[in-house]
Write a protein that binds this ligand. Structure first.
Ligand code: SF4
Length: 238
């Protein structure tokens, strides 16, 4: 069994609690207008001969052997991408080995994973960081290329299972129905969650995404205030 790894960071303070070892897996179903890691989107079979040289192949054991020397210096491992759950058998095999070593595991996901697969993964990990990109399906499709029915269903399942470490929304006033999304999360028992509200920034973004307008500080504060009024207590503005 082989996993395709785009990158690794041995010390991250922004990918979960404490100091995280982060593994970025290749491939994503979405094609977000604001993607800051567009090189991770193509699946391995679509990469050019030159691009494929930037992706490393690991067996589950080889990846765990790479991580273990850092065990005493990290709070845990976070799997990201791309969309790491696309390589589910490999991911679950790695997680099983890491769990046997007592390592805390988080999954950074866009949430577009069939429920049965998500439930299987749940058994192997400590928590998830879930992107909620938009509430309205049309907005979500305009932003990512796909609709969000699966994402919303998975939010409910993960929340009920107490497996959500964090949810995140990138705020783009012209495209993201932020208040409706906050209302929806609030109405689905999500106010206790850590909610990261991220101001869209267009540096590093390519194509159509460069035409989108970033929110100013006043707008971000107004969204934070709205979320507080709805009952959220743990909001992180970025
Ligand atoms: S889900 Fe993440 S990795 Fe995939 S396209 Fe969107 S921003 Fe990029």
């Amino acid at each position: 069994m082989i996993g395709y790894i785009r990158n690794m960071i041995k010390n991250s303070a922004v990918d979960g609690p404490g100091n995280r070892f982060v593994v970025f897996l290749q491939g994503c179903q979405f094609n977000c207008l604001y993607c800051h890691n567009p090189e991770t989107i193509k699946s391995i079979t679509l990469l050019t001969a030159k691009e494929v040289l930037e992706v490393r192949e690991y067996s589950p054991k080889a990846l765990v052997d790479t991580i273990l020397p850092y065990k005493d210096y990290i709070s845990g491992v976070t799997f990201s991408g791309g969309e790491c759950t696309l390589q589910l058998p490999f991911l679950m095999a790695v997680c099983a080995l890491l769990k046997a070593e007592g390592i805390h595991i988080l999954i950074d996901t866009n949430g577009h994973i069939p429920l049965e697969r998500l439930k299987r993964l749940c058994e192997h990990v400590d928590g998830f960081m879930l992107d909620l990109k938009a509430l309205d399906s049309k907005n979500h499709k305009a932003l990512t290329g796909l609709d969000n029915a699966q994402v919303l269903e998975n939010f409910i399942v993960l929340n009920e299972a107490h497996k959500l470490y964090e949810i995140r929304t990138v705020i783009i006033p012209e495209l993201v129905d932020d208040k409706a999304l906050i209302d929806w999360v609030s109405a689905h028992d999500g106010c206790h969650l850590r909610y990261k509200l991220i101001a869209f920034r267009n540096h590093g973004v390519k194509g159509e995404g460069t035409k989108l307008t970033p929110p100013d500080t006043a707008y971000m504060r107004s969204i934070e205030k709205y979320a507080i009024q709805k009952g959220f207590k743990n909001i992180v503005l970025i």
